[in-house]
Write a protein that binds this ligand. Structure first.
Ligand SMILES: [Zn+2]
Length: 377
């Protein structure tokens, strides 16, 4: 049994024990988890080939009742634009996207505090992840998705037995529909509930262990709401706190230029959200108009010495095609990270001798209809 974790509200300063069902503060703000104790390398359960090898660092009260073997994904080296790059294959999770890290930890926490029926809104991957884990846990589940979401993701949600609510319009309209349903079931939102980030932090632990208990120089992540950036920061914070690491990687958030909330704020030198005009992009998984934790994500990027890279729409399909020729079949959202690699290697931001990790967040089988169009198949 770990001590009960606590939530902190960044807006009103409230501190609340994480022993009850909550997705936000009573004041309306999102909540964050207080810093965790982390672990030392000797605490790793090396025989467990999943993220639960780091269970000592997770803010849960007992062993997870629900797991599909998520985590411990491959880290493979490929040449890209003349440099050696390590690709982290988060696409090889149980539901084909990185979301399973966050979902598995969040749902196990929610089960510990007595959750019943749940709902969620998603561009697709988080929805299919939550629908799948809800099925594994026997929880009734309803997922709000954009009507334009890739068919593969919607089919995946339906196959898990969840109710699919397709909403026309923007990604924000989908969120509004889910918010309007908070009286009917628990809003298990991966963008609001902080235990999702408690799960994504295991990416930091995994990279550290897979690199021989060392950190890379740079990590690039396709970024919409920023749960991987915040998870990486939380994981490296904990490892630094335990004295397991003494330096930090630079974190780069990769966005699609056509819909780049973080890039707009970054370019303005702002500490928080800056209004911008969102357009359409094939990188549907990161087409986020208003990230919940914009302030935290920007601060994490600045603190790491990294930044935001906005990828032109025309660069995404060639990157996806080139990845495929390396044996890495990913969805368009994940391909943005390779387009960003080209930009940062070319302009010298990433010196070729440094260790650079590119996170491939979602599998190509998620979006075969869109990929067929892009490749003219
Ligand atoms: Zn508050």
């Amino acid at each position: 049994m770990s001590p009960v974790a606590s939530y902190r509200c960044p807006a009103c300063g409230a501190s609340v024990a994480a022993d009850r069902l909550l997705w936000r503060c009573a004041c309306g703000s999102h909540l964050n988890l207080a810093p965790g104790p982390g672990l030392a390398r000797g605490d790793i359960v090396a025989a467990d080939a999943s993220l639960w090898r780091y269970r000592a660092a997770l803010a849960l009260q007992g062993p997870p009742p629900v797991s599909l073997g998520e985590g411990w994904t491959p880290l493979v080296e490929r040449r890209w634009a003349g440099a050696a790059v390590l690709f982290k294959l988060e696409s090889q999770m149980p539901t084909g996207s990185f979301k399973d890290r966050g979902t598995a930890v969040m749902l196990n926490h929610l089960i510990e505090v007595g959750v019943g029926p749940i709902h969620e809104d998603s561009s697709g991957n988080a929805g299919s992840s939550i629908a799948t884990y809800a099925a594994a846990a026997g929880l009734p589940c309803r997922i709000y998705v954009p009507a334009s979401a890739p068919r593969g993701k919607i089919v995946q949600i339906a196959a898990a037995g969840a109710e699919v609510c397709a909403i026309p319009g923007t990604r924000q309209a989908v969120t509004e529909a889910a918010l309007a349903a908070v009286e009917t079931s628990f809003y298990a939102s991966h963008n609001w509930q902080p235990f999702f980030i408690e799960g994504t932090k295991t990416l930091a632990y995994e990279l550290w262990e897979q690199l021989g208990f060392a950190v890379p120089d740079n990590i690039l992540v396709p970024t919409g709401y920023g749960s991987n950036i915040l998870g990486l920061e939380r994981g490296f914070d904990e490892l630094e706190g335990r004295g397991e690491i003494t330096r930090r990687p630079r974190l780069f958030a990769v966005q699609a230029e056509n819909c780049a909330a973080l890039a707009a704020a970054w370019a303005a030198g702002a500490a928080g959200y800056v209004p911008f005009i969102p357009g359409g992009t094939i990188a549907d998984g990161i087409a986020t108009v208003k990230p919940v934790r914009t302030v935290e994500v920007l601060a994490a990027l600045r603190r790491s010495g990294g930044g935001v890279v906005a990828v032109p729409e025309a660069a995404i399909a060639p990157a996806l095609k080139a990845l495929g020729r390396l044996g890495l079949f990913v969805e368009p959202t994940a391909a943005t990270v390779a387009a960003a690699l080209s930009i940062l290697l070319r302009d010298g931001t990433l010196p070729p001798g440094e260790t650079t990790v590119a996170v491939l967040t979602g599998h190509g089988l998620k979006a075969t209809d869109k990929i067929a169009e892009l490749l003219g198949v």
